[in-house]
Design a protein around this ligand. Structure first.
Ligand code: FE2
Length: 333
């Protein structure tokens, strides 16, 4: 089966084409990344960028896959969660293509797609999933037809914490240099843990906004930036570890998979390796280029859904900015 997937939930317009009967599997992977001039993503600006670059990316994907659009079996699109204006560009393009070329339209949840491409590439079967990206921090486990959220952030995401701290202290942007976050890099010069910064794990959930506010206040008071980065990183990563360990014990699963844009952090990987050793579990980390947002993960989830007959009428393909991953029935497992 050949499915074309469109991703446009945040800063990346991604087009992937997957052929599950071909040895190659990924037959096209095109991406256009919107980078804000300063500050965070401006949704309207990003959506304008997508509207301009998106159709070109689709053209390039079809050309590089060396297929005719008529041989595509369906078009999958991420309908949420994400930024409304960005989501609407992908959805509009997908609806137009399905109507014009008379192809089935497959609705995909962006978070579910991160998990599905992770399972495919790490070859894990039933892991505790640590989902870390700019906008999401969640510990997830498959139970009874759903990916259930075991724990999550009560306020800002881990990626958001690191990026905001870096921005406010002029360490970034760019936030990630040679695969290492600038906060992780700066932490190497830290010599002590700043005891005043709060470590917050509430039951199964984490919270980072208090940590961010306190760290920024202390930075302005002149506390050493290296020490602050070291402490911030230790608190943030260790709180994720604590909830992951709890989930492993609770679910008795024997695998851990890290997905999402922050999955690439080598420091976090080291910590997780120590954790899985203690619990006799296996660790799988999605390769960095597929841990970030991309069209391939949408296309692959589209393949799984298509086999289960999950298609919708174009007029019903409405974006949902707050489409939670635990609302999706995972009928293909
Ligand atoms: Fe994402």
């Amino acid at each position: 089966m050949i499915i074309l997937g469109i991703e446009s939930t945040a800063h990346t317009f991604g087009v992937g084409i997957v052929d599950d009967s071909s040895e190659k599997f990924i037959i096209a992977d095109e991406r256009e990344q919107y980078t804000p001039k300063h500050g965070g993503i401006h949704p309207r600006e990003a959506s304008r960028f997508f509207a301009e670059k998106g159709p070109l990316a689709i053209g390039r994907a079809i050309a590089s896959a060396k297929i005719d659009i008529s041989s595509i079996d369906g078009i999958a699109v991420a309908l949420g969660p994400g930024l409304g204006p960005c989501l609407r560009v992908g959805a509009t393009i997908a609806r137009a293509l399905t109507v014009y070329f008379k192809k089935p339209l497959i609705p995909v949840n962006h978070a579910v797609a991160h998990i599905e491409i992770g399972l495919k590439l790490t070859e894990l079967t039933d892991p505790v999933i640590v989902y870390l990206s700019g906008g999401n921090t969640a510990i997830v486990a498959y139970v009874d037809r759903k990916y259930r959220v075991f724990g999550e952030t009560l306020d800002i995401a881990l990626g958001n914490l690191l990026d905001t701290f870096a921005r406010e202290t002029s360490l970034g942007p760019p936030y990630v240099v040679n695969g290492i976050h600038v906060v992780d890099r700066c932490a190497e010069s830290g010599r002590r843990i700043v005891k005043e910064l709060p470590y917050v794990v509430k039951g199964q959930d984490v919270a980072f906004s208090g940590l961010l506010t306190s760290a920024l206040r202390m930075y302005r008071e002149g506390v050493d930036l290296g020490d602050l980065c070291l402490t911030l990183r230790e608190i943030a990563y260790n709180s994720i570890l604590e909830v992951t360990a709890r989930c492993l014990m609770h679910t008795r699963k024997s695998e851990v998979m890290v997905v999402g844009g922050v999955a690439a952090s080598p420091i976090l990987r080291e910590k997780l390796e120590m954790l899985v050793k203690i619990y006799n579990a296996r660790l799988g980390i999605v390769p960095p280029s597929y841990a970030v947002d991309n069209g391939v993960m949408i296309a692959w989830t589209g393949v799984l859904e298509m086999y289960s007959g999950i298609v919708i009428e174009p007029e019903k393909a409405i974006v949902n900015q707050r489409w939670r991953l635990d609302e999706v029935d995972i009928v293909w497992r």
